[in-house]
Design a protein around this ligand. Structure first.
Ligand code: SF4
Length: 108
């Protein structure tokens, strides 16, 4: 392999790796549960539970302060994950601070 073709090969490999990484990021984002999805809405899903007023809508009646996806049995996240799969929504990703009326408190 000549120096020029080696250089071209390396540049193509780097470009391919960057494209793959970018694609993974897009794929992860596209797997996020859309709060405007009709089923998500019917379950009272919100991306940030801090803004929930239990009196504002019947979907929020079961909400208790401090509840969020990261404390739900159906959330598959680790300590520092901002988003993780929720088995209730077919493994679509929900945010750490999210909530829906199917919340199931993690047992401590
Ligand atoms: S089921 Fe649990 S993890 Fe899934 S959206 Fe509702 S509160 Fe969040």
């Amino acid at each position: 392999m000549t120096t020029v073709s080696r250089r071209v090969f390396i540049l193509k490999a780097v470009a391919g790796a960057a494209a793959f990484s970018s694609l993974q990021g897009v794929r992860a984002q596209s797997n996020r549960l859309d709060p405007n999805d009709s089923y998500a809405k019917s379950m009272g899903f919100v991306v940030d539970a801090k803004g929930i007023d239990p009196k504002a809508h019947r979907n929020f009646r079961k909400f208790k302060t401090g509840q969020e996806c990261s404390k739900c049995q159906l959330w598959d996240g680790k300590d520092n994950d901002a988003y993780a799969a929720c088995s209730f929504f077919g493994d679509q990703h929900t945010p750490r601070a999210g909530w829906c009326k199917n919340f199931k408190q993690v047992k401590s």
